[in-house]
Design a protein around this ligand. Structure first.
Ligand code: HEM
Length: 525
């Protein structure tokens, strides 16, 4: 009889139609079924309805419909690269961490830079804090320093974080501005939050309009602990110092760049790495003991304070080099999951309350953002050392425990799976804790203005002018005059000259100073 006839693929303008006889290049569905026609859906008759039967169409549309994952709740806009960390000075006296012990050892890293407030598609040169997150794939597991380009933070207690972020992001009724701190809600919150004003001074400085990701410093912010083989603990703060120098743009340059090329920072990083001009940062540590902490005029557990380098010098211990661009932005940069609780043996937490809130928050949000508990199976998040445990199943599980038993203790001997190891395993530093359970802010956290002033007076005159200009510009976008005045009332406790300049720039009468919770200190610049 008649041979079966199959319709040839028919696109309009057949000359653009691309087909192959090469089996190895044949387009397939996600199930691996070869596709003959990727231009036309299956329909009844030439002009008839499209058929539900068309599994090729439905699969393609279904997959497309689910391409987006939730953007990060903060730091949504970011750019990442691969690199290597080389230790140049051993901290073996202070820590069991292998990555910080063996001089010359190279450890793979992944780094993601970001803005904080803007959405995923917002522009790179917004006046904003920048994230500087580093994942070290060490022999003892993954260690993350999830830092910013500013050494202090806006708030002291994580219970304020949702409020801070709501206030700083787009206003809830109108959904703008998308990426600027120049709006009523942000300044309303900040002017009602004395603890924010040290960071506000940094935010209004040139630090928040960096010329390049390559010309930013990075800071782990919180105090962490290093713990050595004898169990001795030393407090540590982490610093990244760019070998390219610290550089910013001017505000009017930032505005022009945003218009001309909103991808300016990611393009700059990609181009430098692609051209072999690998950016480098030195890793520095401030090491200090409890006695030093006790004699500082502020609390090192308070994330709104820094430890001046004059008090505790920064010791350079290694170099980070970014040397490879991602070849799949989504797989790596979008799906990377940093977390402050990713520490390795020899690195531990301080009692900074903000750090404890973060230790919960990142893992929690990633469970949702990355669709389940198995995001460590995604290559960018997977440790480069062996992973063996009895955690199993769940969405997207790529591997499960192998062997006879998936629980312990068990008596299956060599087939019984991994065992705990008290010698090399992680041990929490046995810090003593005591106290009354209560909701309270320590008295030692109460001085909100001394370091804000210290930062301002340590700036060059031109940098001080930029801070004044930025405050006038940002506050001039605030519609409610009482909020503007409340902001200036804090400046009066930081620097009277600055307060007068900003009030004048805004056409305001100088308001009464804010009420300080604690007398401010006369710190050296
Ligand atoms: C994301 C830094 C405070 C919650 C990030 C990122 C950085 C960062 C760099 C982006 C990570 C990436 O590139 O994927 C900081 C610093 C803080 C701070 C330096 C203060 C010292 C907080 C606090 C919380 C928080 C107090 C919550 C209590 C989050 C969340 C994300 C995030 C939920 C999104 C993570 C994700 O979706 O993967 N933060 N942050 N952060 N941060 Fe923070």
């Amino acid at each position: 009889g008649e041979p079966t006839r199959y319709a040839e693929p028919q696109g309009h303008g057949g000359e653009t139609h691309q087909s192959t006889d090469d089996a190895s290049r044949t387009l397939t569905t996600q199930q691996g079924v070869p596709v003959a026609d990727d231009q036309n859906s299956l329909r009844a008759g030439e002009r008839g309805p499209t058929l539900l039967e068309d599994f090729i169409l439905r699969e393609k549309i279904f997959h497309f419909d689910h391409e987006r994952i939730p953007e990060r709740v903060v730091h949504a806009r970011g750019y990442g690269a691969h690199g290597v960390f080389e230790l140049t000075d051993s901290l073996a006296d202070y820590t069991r961490a292998d990555v910080l012990s063996q001089v010359g050892q190279q450890t793979e890293v992944f780094v993601r830079f970001s803005t904080v407030a803007g959405n995923k598609g917002s522009m790179d040169l917004a006046r904003d804090v920048r994230g500087f997150a580093v994942k070290f794939y060490t022999k003892q597991g993954n260690w993350d320093i999830v830092g910013n380009n500013i050494p202090v933070f806006f708030i002291q207690d994580p219970i304020k974080f949702p409020d801070l972020v709501h206030a700083v992001k787009q206003e809830p009724d109108r959904a703008f501005p998308q990426a600027q701190s120049a709006h009523d809600n942000y300044w309303d919150f900040a002017s009602l939050s004395p603890e924010a004003w040290h960071m506000v001074m940094w935010q209004m400085s040139d630090r928040t309009i960096p010329r390049s990701f390559r010309t930013m410093e990075g800071f782990g912010v919180h105090s962490f602990r290093l713990v050595n083989a004898e169990g001795k603990s030393t407090f540590v703060k982490f610093h990244w110092k760019p070998r390219q120098g610290l550089q910013s743009v001017l505000w009017n340059e930032a505005v022009k760049i945003n218009g001309a090329d909103p991808d300016f920072h990611r393009r700059d990083l990609w181009t430098a790495i692609e051209g072999g001009d690998f950016p480098q940062w030195d890793l520095g540590v401030q090491l200090f003991d409890q006695e030093t902490a006790d004699r500082l005029p502020f609390d090192h557990l308070d994330s709104t304070k820094l430890i001046p380098e004059e008090e505790v010098p920064v010791r350079i211990v290694g170099t980070l080099t970014l040397n490879r661009n991602v070849d799949n932005f989504f797989a790596a940069t979008e799906q990377v999951a940093f977390c402050t609780q990713n520490v390795v043996p020899g690195i531990d937490f301080s009692d900074d309350p903000l750090l404890h809130g973060r230790n919960f928050s990142y893992l929690d949000t990633q469970l949702k953002r990355l669709g389940g508990p198995n995001f460590t199976h995604i290559p960018v998040n997977a440790p480069r050392c062996p992973v063996m445990n009895f955690q199993q199943d769940g969405h997207m599980a790529m591997h499960n425990p192998k062997g006879r038993a998936n629980y312990e203790p068990n008596s299956w001997g060599a087939d019984g799976g991994p065992r705990e190891n008290p010698t090399i395993g992680y041990r929490s530093f046995p810090a003593e804790v005591q106290g009354t359970k209560q909701r309270i802010r320590a008295e030692t956290f109460a001085d909100h203005y001394s370091q804000a002033r210290q930062f301002f007076v340590s700036q060059l005159p031109i940098e001080q002018k930029h801070i004044g200009d930025a405050l006038v510009f940002e506050l001039s976008k605030v519609e409610r005059v009482d909020i503007r005045a409340r902001a200036v009332s804090h400046l009066r406790l930081i620097d009277e000259g600055l307060a007068a300049t900003v009030a004048d720039g805004l056409g305001l009468d100088l308001p009464e100073p804010a009420q300080a919770a604690k007398p401010t200190l006369d710190l050296p610049p």
